[in-house]
Every structure is written in C-alpha cells, then in structure tokens.
Write a protein that binds this ligand. Structure first.
Ligand SMILES: C[S@@+](CC[C@H](N)C(=O)[O-])C[C@H]1O[C@@H](n2cnc3c(N)ncnc32)[C@H](O)[C@@H]1O
Length: 148
C-alpha cells in the first residue's frame, strides 16, 4: 500500500531536495532568495521552474534530459510533490528540487533574473475562479515580479 499524506509530509521534512518556506521566513527575507544556484544546486546554471508541478513528472524528466540545467518543481500540495522528490533522490538527480509554496509567494523566493524559464504544463483551467487560474493576470504579474 502507498504512503499516507502524513507520512509523506514527514518524509518531505527529511528530504534534502524539498524546501517548505514558512510565512515568517518569507516575511523576514528568505535566505535562499538569490542564491539557489550557488547554495542549493552548488553549480552555476539556468533555473527552470515548473509551476503546479503535481507529482513532478516534468521536473524529473527535464532534469534527466538536461543535466547541466537546474530545475525546481513548485506546488502547494506536499503529498503530490513528495513523489517527484522521492524519484529524484532514488535516481540521484542533483539538478531537481521541489518547493512547497503558494505560487503567489514566488517574488519572495527568487531574485530578479534568478529564474530563466517557467513551465506551466496542464494547469487547472479554474473556469469559475479566475483568481485561482495560474494563467490569469494575477499570477502572470507575479511571475514577472521576481525582485532583488
Ligand atoms: C492540474 S494539476 C497539474 C499537475 C502537473 N503540472 C501535470 O501536468 O501533471 C495543477 C497543480 O497545480 C497546483 N496548484 C494550483 N494552484 C496553485 C498555487 N496557487 N500554488 C501552488 N500550486 C498550485 C495544484 O496543487 C496541482 O497539483
């Protein structure tokens, strides 16, 4: 039988490739902002984000295909991104990590020009809740707003 949500949440806390910034950490100035390549990936390279990564299939798949690039899967659902994080660990992929946060927080997580590419595969269309739609103007403005 697969692991339950609570077990996955606990494992996420132990995984070196999962980051779950608290609201306080973001408010005080997130220490990884601006230093993802140097401190987390420990190699220079372009960062690609997969937003709403779910189980992280694209993040893991792209990391396998492009070992010289760095990939970060972002999702609010910890039990889903656990799958991608676990696969990345099992496959020894050092260029794929996962960030559990609301996508609206991204300007507090990444510095200006730190992210070179954003993937948004198969987002939920949210037909009745435009403010939750990841391709809507609220989020698109946030994606362009990563600051120093
Ligand atoms: C339809 S699924 C797509 C999953 C994946 N991209 C794929 O193609 O299989 C949408 C994902 O976006 C995540 N999501 C939606 N709104 C979000 C937000 N504001 N912040 C973080 N994740 C969000 C959901 O938790 C969900 O896992």
């Amino acid at each position: 039988m697969g692991k339950g949500k609570l077990e996955r949440f606990e494992e996420n806390k132990q995984f070196a490739n999962v980051f779950e910034p608290t609201i306080k950490e973001l408010k005080d100035g997130y220490l990884k902002k601006g230093v993802w390549c140097e401190q987390i990936f420990q190699k220079k390279g372009l960062i690609t984000l997969e937003l709403g990564c779910g189980k992280g299939e694209y993040t893991v798949g792209l990391a396998r295909l492009y070992p010289n690039r760095n990939f970060i899967g972002v999702d609010i659902k910890g039990a889903r991104l656990w799958r991608g994080a676990k696969t990345a660990i099992e496959d020894n992929l050092h260029n794929a990590v996962f960030l559990r946060t609301h996508i609206g927080n991204l300007p507090d997580v990444f510095g200006k020009d730190e992210v070179s590419e954003i993937w948004l595969p198969c987002p939920d269309p949210q037909m009745k809740r435009a403010r939750k739609r990841l391709t809507g103007s609220f989020f698109l403005r946030r994606f362009g707003a990563f600051e120093d």
